[in-house]
Design a protein around this ligand. Structure first.
Ligand code: AMP
Ligand code: MG
Length: 492
């Protein structure tokens, strides 16, 4: 009996031969479903009842390839912490295939942790439960927060014990869904080999898939660069608005689609701090919270370099000029998007000259007062309605925020719109619940001990981050004082 739960249509496998290695997942002893995302499955037009099963677990573990799949390991390169690796690739992942979701969008179904591939280098090709559940929690939270992101379709246990730094850990695989897995690093792989024909093929594929309005246009490669720039600017602005630190913004972890990808050592800030770094391997703070826009621009410059031969094959100086112009435009696009988002967070309908200063002044006061970023923003809907007590209480010395609140109230008085509408709109821009580091850690610790209830509860809370609910107060709080500085590790 054949089991065909996916209507695959695998353009990457079909159209981009030479850009990957056809491969199979490793067999594992005991695939078992840990969490299946039924809501996402429905969006993908999948039969949840058929997949939230033992047979589904075997598929998402990479143990069995479903009918119509063309599993493959993608080739890509990348700058990791500034240093270039000409060959990275899917060392522990496979693209299973593509499906068309219920909105008509093409989505990759991808497995992370499915065993060694020709790109594994020294690695074991595996993933372990903690990081898999972490990516599940944070990726799904980001989606609910309105951020462009890959999604988690399923987390499965493999029944293996995998050796990691702290000893053996339960093996797991994450089934991930993405608009595509094209990365800046995919372009770098072929550029580094001087394969201009393949680069053109890749760029045309990326255009057809993500920026179809550019297809066939004579200046489409410059258009692609600008379009990726704009989506990345919007993405990084969204991260900044939520206090999200990706932690490993290597060029292989930057998508062409503009989705957040690879939730490894990422974390959300509690108190506002531009220098916040959580990753154990980011000793220099290259990927610190406040550096993210600059790093995004740097990564986009690496993408630009790969496109020069396509932008103008006959005049490299002209190509450099055009590409530089596009990249130099990043700060302006980013600033504009950032400020628009800040206006939403502050409940400002109109735009005034001083709005940037007002926004920056708030951040400065928060930094000085070691105030909780998420809670301060959420409290502002009350402040806007005349009740300053919530905001004031978030500062060790409440008077620190008084001058700012006075200026804010004066600004609001000049703004059109009703106070009620404003408060409601602000509460749709400023979440109550984010994946707090201490809550994520507690959920993962319990899961490691076999108790998935805290993980399930946390995922449930974060699915609706903007609606304050009775009984969930503890999820809205910052880290307890005893939690200490938080360090994250790469999900290997
Ligand atoms: P990441 O840090 O997850 O973005 O991965 C960077 C590179 O390391 C990619 O080429 C991965 O495929 C590879 N990699 C990470 N972990 C492993 C592993 N356990 N086994 C093999 N390759 C890995
Ligand atoms: Mg990666």
């Amino acid at each position: 009996m054949s089991f065909a739960p996916f209507a695959f249509d695998n353009t990457y496998a079909r159209e981009l031969e030479g850009f990957y290695v056809p491969w199979k997942g490793a067999e594992v002893p005991a695939p078992r479903m840990i969490r299946f995302n039924r809501e996402l499955a429905a969006d993908l037009g999948l039969d949840a009842d058929a997949l939230d099963t033992e047979a589904g677990a075997a598929i998402f573990a990479g143990h069995v390839a479903p009918e119509g799949a063309s599993p493959l390991a993608m080739a890509y390169a990348g700058h990791q912490f500034g240093g270039f690796s000409p060959q990275l690739g899917d060392g522990r992942a496979l693209l299973l295939g593509e499906v068309i979701d219920t909105r008509g969008e093409r989505r990759d179904i991808h497995l992370k942790g499915s065993g060694r591939t020709p790109f594994s280098r020294g690695g074991d090709g595996k993933a372990v439960l903690g990081p898999v559940l972490r990516e599940y929690i944070i990726g799904e939270a980001m989606h609910a927060l309105g951020v462009a992101t890959t999604r988690a379709l399923a987390a499965v246990a493999t029944g293996e014990r995998i050796l990691r730094q702290d000893g053996p850990a339960p093996g797991a695989v994450l089934a991930r869904v993405a608009a595509s897995h094209l990365r800046v690093g995919t372009f770098q792989y072929f550029a580094a080999r001087g394969e201009t024909g393949r680069l053109r093929q890749l760029a045309d594929y990326a255009i057809a898939r993500h920026y179809p309005e550019l297809a066939g246009q004579p200046d489409r490669y410059l258009g692609l660069l600008r379009a990726v720039r704009d989506r990345q600017a919007a993405l990084i602005a969204a991260w900044m608005h939520l206090g999200f630190v990706h932690g490993v913004m290597n060029t292989d972890n930057m998508t062409i689609s503009g989705e957040t990808i690879d939730y490894g050592p990422c974390a959300f800030i509690d108190t506002y701090d531009p220098a916040a770094v959580f990753s154990s391997i980011d000793a220099q703070g290259r990927y610190a919270y406040g550096n993210q826009p600059k790093i995004a621009q740097w990564n986009l410059a690496r993408l630009a370099e790969t496109l020069l031969d396509l932008i103008n094959p006959d005049d490299s100086e002209d190509a450099v000029r055009q590409a530089s112009e596009a990249i130099n435009g990043f700060p302006l696009v980013y600033e504009r998007t950032w400020l628009a988002g800040l206006r939403l967070k502050l409940g400002l309908d109109g735009a005034e000259e001083g709005d940037r200063e007002l926004s920056e002044a708030l951040l400065a006061v928060m930094e000085n007062g070691q105030a909780d970023f998420t809670r301060v923003f959420r409290s502002l809907s009350s402040a806007a309605s005349g009740d300053m007590s919530k905001t004031r209480a978030l500062f060790d010395d409440p008077s620190q925020i008084d001058a700012w609140l006075e200026g804010y109230r004066a600004r609001l008085a000049r703004d059109p719109g009703s106070a009620e509408d404003r408060a409601a709109a602000m509460n749709r821009a400023n979440p109550v619940y984010i994946p707090r580091n201490h809550m994520v850690e507690a959920a993962l610790q319990s899961a490691a001990g076999g108790d998935l209830a805290p993980f399930e509860r946390l995922v449930g809370v974060l699915a609706d981050p903007f609606t304050e609910r009775a009984g969930l107060e503890v999820y809205a709080l910052g880290a307890p004082t005893g939690f200490g500085p938080y360090t994250t590790f790469c999900g290997t």
